[in-house]
Design a protein around this ligand. Structure first.
Ligand code: DC
Length: 226
């Protein structure tokens, strides 16, 4: 079977992973898989079911009834479908971010989503972003990048991104949300956020988007001789 290229990009919330990964995937003709959106969709299902965000037994009971799919539009944007409904916008609110982070800490949720992610990488050249792609989901990825930036820089970027999507959220709220998720995503027992031993760290605190994009492109080009 033909071996596909896999690039794993991990890092904390708001490091610019999704924007960069999406652009790089388009540039190289890879599929961009935003795994955070998949966790967000599970979190959103829990929110819709009016469960407490930390109700692990309740969320686990929901899983067999969920039909989660992702598809791509012409621009390479990943749309999330929950039981046939497009929830791509609903999964981005600060409240659903908390639900996503809490759901992502549940081992049953991680196990449920693992195969879906691996299957995609088996069938396509992928650039997959998340928290545990290089450490758990694709330990054999040809390139692993740990993308990070200071907390302040990440909160500023997330605010801008939300504004561009028509959601004006106070900076303090976004900063609190990022700090909460950093703490939880890094300290949880199930697949905590950490750089894989063989990951290349890319700190973009002092880089603008184009500089970060150039640095990522260079890593991919060099690793795969593209
Ligand atoms: O990347 P994001 O902010 O959209 O991710 C939403 C939440 O899901 C975040 O709190 C971390 C979690 N997540 C995870 O635990 N593992 C992944 N592979 C992707 C996201």
């Amino acid at each position: 079977m033909e071996k596909h290229i896999s690039v794993a990009i991990d890092g904390p919330s708001g490091a610019g992973k999704s924007t960069l990964a999406k652009r790089a995937a388009k540039h190289f003709g890879f599929i961009y898989v935003d795994t955070g959106a998949i966790y967000r969709t599970v979190g959103y299902a829990a929110q819709c079911a009016e469960l407490d965000s930390k109700d692990a037994a309740g969320v686990e009971a929901l899983l067999p009834g969920l039909d989660i799919r992702f598809e791509y539009d012409g621009t390479g944007t990943q749309r999330m479908l929950l039981n046939g409904r497009d929830v791509s916008k609903e999964i981005r609110t600060p409240k659903s971010s908390i639900y996503a982070s809490d759901a992502a800490a549940m081992p049953a949720v991680r196990a449920y989503l693992l195969e879906m992610q691996r299957e995609t990488a088996k069938n396509y050249d992928v650039l997959m972003d998340g928290r545990d792609i290089g450490t758990v989901v694709l330990p054999d990825a040809g390139l692993k990048v740990f993308l990070t930036a200071s907390t302040q820089a990440r909160a500023e970027r997330r605010c801008k991104e939300l504004r561009e999507k028509g959601m004006d959220t106070p900076f303090e709220e976004v900063l609190r949300d990022i700090e909460y998720r950093d703490r939880q995503d890094s300290s949880r027992a199930a697949a905590p956020l950490r750089a894989a031993d063989d990951a290349v760290t890319l700190d973009t605190t002092d880089m603008d988007f184009e500089e970060s994009f150039e640095a990522l492109k260079k890593l991919i080009r060099e690793r795969f001789s593209l």
